[in-house]
Design a protein around this ligand. Structure first.
Ligand code: NAP
Length: 305
C-alpha cells in the first residue's frame, strides 16, 4: 500500500498507539510517525524499542505539521490533551481518537478543535488486558472491527482516508452514530467488563474463607473472568464514568435477567434454565460464524475488545 499520510502523530503511547505505529510501519502507510506520552519513562521506552520515528517532549510539538493526529489516551484525559494540542494543529489536518466511549469524547474534544481541522472519532474493537508502550503488536487489528463515528457534515474525503488507514492496518470498518455506538458497546464490552470485575471481586472476598482454593483450582470460566478483570484500571474507570447512561441501562436489564435465573434455580425450573442456555449458546455460534472468534476451547485468551 502507498503512503496515506505524510506525518502521523500519536498522543499517548500504550497498547493501541503502539499497535497502530507497528501496523502502519508494516503497511507503509505513513512516511513519519511521531509520538508523545505524558511520562518521561514511557517516552524513553518508546525510544528504546523504536516504536515511532520521533518522540517529542510535548504533545503540541508532536502534532506540529501532522496530517493525522490520533489521541490514544484514556477517555478522561481527552479534553485536556485536546486543549493542549488544539492551537498547534495544522490547517486541513484530521484529528481522530481511539476512545472506547464516543459521545463523551466528542463533547470533550470538539470545543478545542479549530474550524479548519476535520474531527473523525474512531474506536477499534480490539485490545488485550495488557497496557503500556511494550504491549503493542502489529497484528492487533487484523480482522477486527474499527467503528468510525463522524459527525454529520464532516468532510467525506477526510473520513474515507481514515477508513482506508484502518483497513490498511488490518481492520474492517463501519460507520456508526455516537449514541448508538455507546449503547452497542455497553452491551458487548462495558457491562461484561463490569460483571467480570464483580465476579473476580466476589471470588477474592471468598478466597479468605476458602483458603486460596479459588486460585488453586481456578477453572476456565473464572480464569476468563480474571483475564478481563486484569484490564487497565484507569481506562475502565474512565469508560464507566463516561458511558454512564448506557451502562446503567444494560446493567438494569442484566439484574432483571439475573433475578429471573435466580428464581428458576430456587424453584427448580429446569425448563427455563435449559431454554435460556440454549438461546445463549446460539449467540456464541453466530460470533464464531462472523469470524470474530475461534472455536478453540481456550476462547478469548488471545484478544478481547
Ligand atoms: P494504555 O496502554 O494504558 O496507554 C495509555 C497512554 O495514555 C499512555 O501512554 C499514558 O501515558 C497516556 N496517558 C494516561 N493518562 C494520561 C493523562 N491523564 N494525560 C495524558 N496522557 C495520559 O492504554 P490503551 O489500552 O492504549 O488505551 C488508549 C485508549 O484506547 C483509551 O481511550 C481506551 O479507551 C482506548 N481503547 C482501549 C482498548 C483496550 O482494550 N486496551 C481497546 C480499544 C480502545 P504514560 O504511559 O506516560 O502514563
Amino acid at each position: 500500500m502507498s503512503v496515506l499520510y505524510d506525518r502521523v502523530a500519536l498522543i499517548g503511547l500504550g497498547l493501541i498507539a503502539g499497535s497502530m505505529a507497528l501496523a502502519m510501519k508494516r503497511a507503509g502507510l505513513a512516511r513519519e510517525v511521531v509520538g508523545h506520552a505524558r511520562s518521561a519513562e514511557t517516552r524513553q521506552v518508546a525510544r528504546d524499542i523504536g516504536l515511532c520515528d520521533r518522540i517529542t517532549e510535548s504533545a503540541a510539538e508532536a502534532v506540529e505539521g501532522a496530517d493525522l493526529v490520533v489521541l490514544c489516551v484514556p477517555v478522561g484525559a481527552m479534553a485536556a490533551v485536546a486543549a493542549e494540542i488544539g492551537p498547534a494543529l495544522k490547517p486541513g489536518a484530521t484529528l481522530s481518537d481511539v476512545g472506547s466511549v464516543k459521545r463523551a469524547v466528542i463533547d470533550a474534544v470538539t470545543p478545542h478543535i479549530p474550524q479548519d481541522v476535520h474531527f473523525v472519532p474512531a474506536h477499534p474493537l480490539a485490545g488485550t488486558e495488557h497496557s503500556g508502550p511494550r504491549s503493542g503488536f502489529p497484528e492487533l487489528f487484523d480482522g477486527r472491527w474499527c467503528l468510525i463515528v463522524p459527525a454529520e457534515g464532516t468532510d467525506e474525503a477526510a473520513v474515507a482516508r481514515l477508513e482506508t488507514l484502518w483497513q490498511g492496518i488490518g481492520a474492517l470498518t463501519d460507520r456508526m452514530e455516537a449514541d448508538h455506538h455507546d449503547l452497542v458497546l455497553a452491551v458487548t464490552s462495558h457491562a461484561p467488563h463490569l460483571i467480570a470485575y464483580t465476579m473476580v471481586g466476589v471470588a477474592d472476598d471468598l478466597r479468605r474463607v476458602t483458603d486460596s482454593e479459588v486460585i488453586k483450582y481456578s477453572a476456565a470460566g473464572f480464569r476468563d473472568f480474571t483475564r478481563i478483570a486484569a484490564s487497565d484500571p484507569t481506562m475502565w474507570r474512565d469508560v464507566f464514568l463516561n458511558n454512564k447512561d448506557a451502562t446503567l441501562e444494560i446493567l438494569g436489564r442484566f439484574t432483571e435477567e439475573l433475578f429471573a435465573l435466580q428464581r428458576a434455580i430456587r424453584t427448580g425450573d429446569g425448563d427455563h434454565l435449559h431454554a435460556y442456555f440454549t438461546r445463549t449458546r446460539a449467540i456464541r455460534r453466530s460470533i464464531i460464524e462472523a469470524g470474530q472468534d475461534t472455536d478453540a476451547p481456550d476462547f478469548g485468551r488471545g484478544k478481547q475488545v
